[in-house]
Design a protein around this ligand. Structure first.
Ligand SMILES: [Zn+2]
Length: 264
C-alpha cells in the first residue's frame, strides 16, 4: 500500500517534468504514430514514456547499443498500445532486452502421449511472463517508422503482455467494464475462423500468416494491424476492428492517415 502510494507519487513527479528535446527528436524519428495523436494524447504518451524509461531496465545483448533511438522507439510504440487504458505501466515487466538482429529461440510443443517436440526457430521478439521482453532492434526500428507493412514487433510483444494480464496467454485480453467477455470472445473466434478460411482458400488477407499459428498469435498479429494499418483491417473485417477498438479503447482509424503505409 505504502509502496503503491510512493510509486504513484514518484510517477506524478516524473510525468510533470518537461519532455527532453533530445527524446522528442528521437520519438519523431522513430515512432511515426506519435505525430498523428491529438495534443492531449500526445501529452499523455510523452508522460507515459518518461515513466516507462525511468522504471524499466534496457539491456543491449549481442553487442547492441542502447541509445535514445532504441529507447524512444520501443517506449513510443509500447505507450501507444496502452494509450486508451487509464494507467498501465506493465508493473511485472522489469527489463527490455534488445538484440542487433533476429535470434534463434527454442520452441517446445507437447505431443500426444506426454512426449514433447523441441526445435529452434528465428525470432524477432518474445514476451516472457517472468518480466522480460526480448526484441530485435532492426524489427523495432522498421515497425516504429512504418517501414514493415502492418507489422510492429513492439506492438506484437506488448499485446502478448496485455493478453497475460488477466491470466495465461490465451488471446483473450482484459476488457473494460460493460463489455460482455463471452460475447467478445465468441465474436473474436468467429473472426479467426473467417481469417483461416480465407487463408485456406488463398484469398487476400490483411493479417500476416503468423496469425494462423494460434488464438494467442491471432490476437497479437491482429493488434499490430489494428494500430499500424487500421483502414485496411476495418475494410477487411469490420467486426474484428470493432472488437479490438473495444479492447484497446482506441480508434486508430480516426487518426492514422489513409496514405500512412507507403506503396499501399
Ligand atoms: Zn507472438
Amino acid at each position: 500500500m505504502i509502496f503503491s502510494w510512493l510509486a504513484a507519487r514518484r510517477r506524478r513527479a516524473i510525468r510533470s517534468r518537461p519532455f527532453p528535446s533530445e527524446w522528442e527528436d528521437s520519438l519523431q524519428r522513430n515512432c511515426r504514430q506519435a505525430s498523428w495523436l491529438s495534443a492531449a494524447e500526445g501529452r499523455r504518451l510523452r508522460e507515459w514514456i518518461a515513466v516507462f524509461l525511468a522504471e524499466k531496465r534496457f539491456e543491449g545483448c549481442g553487442g547492441q547499443t542502447i541509445d535514445d533511438s532504441v529507447r524512444l522507439s520501443i517506449a513510443g510504440q509500447a505507450g501507444l498500445v496502452v494509450l486508451g487504458f487509464p494507467e498501465e505501466y506493465f508493473d511485472r515487466l522489469k527489463s527490455v532486452l534488445v538484440y542487433p538482429g533476429d535470434w534463434v529461440g527454442r520452441k517446445v510443443t507437447a505431443l500426444e502421449g506426454g512426449a514433447t517436440l523441441e526445435w529452434r526457430e528465428r525470432r524477432l521478439g518474445e514476451a516472457w511472463s517472468g518480466g522480460s521482453v526480448v526484441l530485435s532492434w532492426p524489427a523495432v526500428r522498421r515497425g516504429g517508422r512504418l517501414q514493415d507493412g502492418a507489422r510492429s514487433v513492439v506492438i506484437h510483444e506488448f499485446a502478448h503482455l496485455v493478453d497475460a494480464m488477466n491470466g495465461p496467454f490465451d488471446g483473450l485480453p482484459p476488457l473494460p467494464r460493460g463489455i460482455d467477455a463471452r460475447d467478445w470472445a465468441t465474436r473474436l473466434s468467429g473472426c479467426r475462423e473467417r481469417y483461416e478460411e480465407a487463408l485456406d482458400e488463398g484469398r487476400f488477407v490483411a493479417l500476416d500468416d503468423y496469425a494462423a499459428d494460434s488464438p494467442v498469435e491471432f490476437f497479437a498479429v491482429a493488434s499490430e494491424c489494428f494500430f499500424q494499418d487500421p483502414h485496411r483491417l476495418a475494410r477487411q473485417d469490420a467486426d474484428l476492428y470493432n472488437l479490438l477498438a473495444a479492447s484497446w479503447q482506441q480508434d486508430p482509424k480516426s487518426r492514422v492517415p489513409l496514405s500512412a503505409l507507403r506503396g499501399r
